[in-house]
Ligand binder design. Sequence first.
Ligand code: FAD
Ligand code: MLT
Ligand code: ZN
Length: 480
Amino acid sequence: MPDANQPSPALFERLRAILGPRGLLTDPADTAPHVQDWRRLYRGRTAAVLRPATTAELAACVAACAAAGAAAGAAIVPQGGNTSMVGGAVPAEDGSELVLSLARLNRVRAIDPIDLTLTIEAGATLKAAQTAAQDAGCLFPLSIGSEGTAQIGGILSTNAGGNNTVRYGNARDLVLGLEVVLPDGRIWNGLRRLRKDNTGYCLRQLFVGAEGTLGIITAAVLRLVPRPRETAVALCAVASPEAALALFHRMQTHDPAAIQAFEYMSGLGLRLVLKHIPGVTLPLAAPAEHYALIELATPRPNAGLRATLEAVLEAALDSGEVLDAAIAESEAQRAAIWKLREEHTEAQKREGASVKNDVSVPVSKVPELIRRATLACAALMPGIRAVPFGHMGDGNIHFNLQQPPGMDPAAFLARDHAIMDTVGDVVRDLDGSFSAEHGIGKLKPYMMPDWRGGAELDLMQRIKQAIDPQGLMNPGKVLP
Ligand code: FAD
Ligand code: MLT
Ligand code: ZN
């Protein structure tokens, strides 16, 4: 008797015929990396990982699964780089879902520096997209710590944000067209590269941020911008989160168009990076309790960005907002400053168990969020260590909590809902969101009724039902 959770032998035969031996992994040693998430919160099981090499192959697989039906172990979990922070790309524990990896669908299809567009397949990494843009004298401006592994399909499906959202918006602001395989196996070719196209509902934006629950993105037309010719980067020790906000406002008033990134880091966050990451140093005379990282950039040559940055920092030093600052003198120093920021996640992982809160509030409320959530968490669990950091310029703070020293990691993680709800109460009070850029995945569907209930959740459920009536696509994610 075949396991009821597994795809039938007939479906397996069909998938093998479509994909060939390179395209179907069934050996547990080969499927193992595909069933565990980056944070190691979830470990699933799967009978197979499908690895189509073309959109046509992928569509044929989905059609075969649709014909078999979700109940027959044919539900599909689309997987990109598997860097999800919310377990979005792992299959269920009962082995009833197939993983569909986009890794082999990774070609650059076209690039046009006049249209400023890049047409690229979903399995290309974000880094590959950035490199293709750079080779054509352009910039694809989305930048995140996982860019060497995260893929374009994953970036779009999570509507990723990152360091440059303050200037260019989120992934959804950078996509002009999509190619999508629908849950019945049809291919929707919406790979248009138009700046204006008012022709009914904007379908591509439905798939952006859908986390693989409505269909599989196979290719995209991305919006590029002219490459920067001048950049200026500074790491600043600031007096407080309020001072960091005042510095942001000062910069915005001085030259809003130049701000490429404005990030906040706490003293503890930086200490953890210095403790766990080899080869990093603090380029300031003394450590502080709060830091801001500013990057300015412009495509204009000889724009005098360095002088702009110095003028703003001088005024901020005079006012006491900034205690000390280091301006990068070279590309190597710029990279070294960014490393202090980008290694936060890895350093926290090495320090022990942590609970992540990827939250957003209006930019003006960031200091209040940091203060109030720190106090609320300390009241909930003595010894808990708040490590707030992230994209202050767009109001998205990663309010991560590190386990108290010496506490059993499992006992700490068992309190994750209580911790997330404690932070959530403050966020709600400040008119914020419980998921700014990482999405809902498997971790947060339980929060949806409370935060997005009523008409909003009802509409989402109807959209899901209309597009994926069999519930074939990424079951158990996003919607409760
Ligand atoms: P996966 O993890 O493989 O999948 C994510 C979701 O998208 C899943 O639901 C999956 O089913 C779905 N999916 C994947 N590909 C497709 C497709 N082709 N079609 C349909 N659905 C698909 N995120 C940010 O937003 N900002 C950051 O600054 C940031 N920094 C990070 C730093 C580190 C060190 C790490 C590990 C992660 C970070 N992330 C960040 C989170 C993560 O990298 C992003 O969510 C990223 O967009 C996920 O891409 P991926 O290819 O790994 O997707
Ligand atoms: C980042 O911005 O570095 C990630 O999104 C943060 C995280 O680890 O929560
Ligand atoms: Zn982030």
